[in-house]
Write a protein that binds this ligand. Structure first.
Ligand SMILES: [Zn+2]
Length: 268
């Protein structure tokens, strides 16, 4: 049986702040027991280019996403992790859930995750798109978490991407040194716990092998905001925790655009 993948994207997460806060026990547990790599994101440290790189395995030059407007992008020629897993093995089931429309909404400026309508009609691909820009990520992330936990429990898709933006939104509104950022991190950590528990149950019940991978697209300056090349804005990470199997034997250092092929190799 092939390893199933859950990639969780936590937008704008400063990992060290989360670990120091004591409010992110699941993040800490996954980091302590999983594979860990520190990443340095390329500039501009914006969500559009950052997630395009992490999800398609492309450099900024290759995907041509330079900001959050996505104009002139190359994403139709740079298939995402889910699509590539499907092209590699056409029995692969895929799932994505995100509240930032450019990642998943075909009606928006992206999407980074390809729509793949034929596979969606065949129930091989499911995309849940919400609009956190309009409704706020505290509410929308809670919905994303509920839908994603249900999908993990009920279907256990082969390759999934689940995205949370509550912490990033709090960082923009209040900065990253106050309590609001920590509160948001605590909420995201509770979603991680529910996802982790759903997968743990599957591993026990069906003897499945899973790899849970966590990453972020950028940090923030202390007062909130990002885009420049300071170490705190560029800092990202990959945590990869094997469940029902060993942790992956990944290098201690790699580039953000290497993540997709490392994950796909675990499915080969
Ligand atoms: Zn972002």
């Amino acid at each position: 049986m092939k390893t199933k993948i859950l990639l969780v994207g936590i937008d704008g997460l400063i990992l060290q702040t989360a670990l120091n806060s004591g409010r992110a026990p699941m993040l800490k547990s996954l980091k302590d027991s999983g594979h860990f790599t520190g990443l340095a994101m390329d500039t501009p440290t914006l969500s559009g280019p950052g997630w395009s790189t992490l999800l398609t395995g492309s450099t900024h030059a290759q995907h041509a996403v330079v900001d959050n407007r996505f104009s002139g992008h190359n994403l139709l020629y740079r298939p995402d992790l889910l699509s590539r897993a499907y092209y590699q093995d056409q029995s692969t089931t895929t799932f994505a859930a995100a509240g930032w429309p450019p990642l998943v909404d075909p009606a928006g400026v992206g999407p980074v995750i390809h729509e793949r309508r034929e596979q969606a009609r065949a129930n091989l691909h499911r995309v849940i798109a919400r609009d956190g820009e309009t409704y706020g990520y505290e509410r929308v992330d809670a919905e994303i978490a509920t839908v994603a936990v249900f999908a993990m429990e009920k279907f256990g898709p082969d390759v999934s991407f689940v995205y949370f933006c509550d912490a990033d939104e709090a960082g923009h509104s209040y900065g990253v040194v106050g309590s609001q950022y920590i509160e948001a991190i605590g909420r995201v950590d509770s979603y991680l716990t529910r996802l982790h528990d759903a997968i743990e149950q599957r591993v026990g019940r069906y003897k499945e092998e899973w790899l849970v991978v966590l990453t972020t697209d950028h940090g923030h300056v202390d007062e909130g905001g990002h885009g420049s090349d300071s170490p705190q804005e560029r800092a990202s990470f990959v945590i990869a925790k094997g469940m029902g199997r060993d942790n992956p034997n990944w290098p201690a250092n790699f580039a953000p655009e290497d993540l997709v092929s490392l994950i796909l190799d675990e499915r080969a």
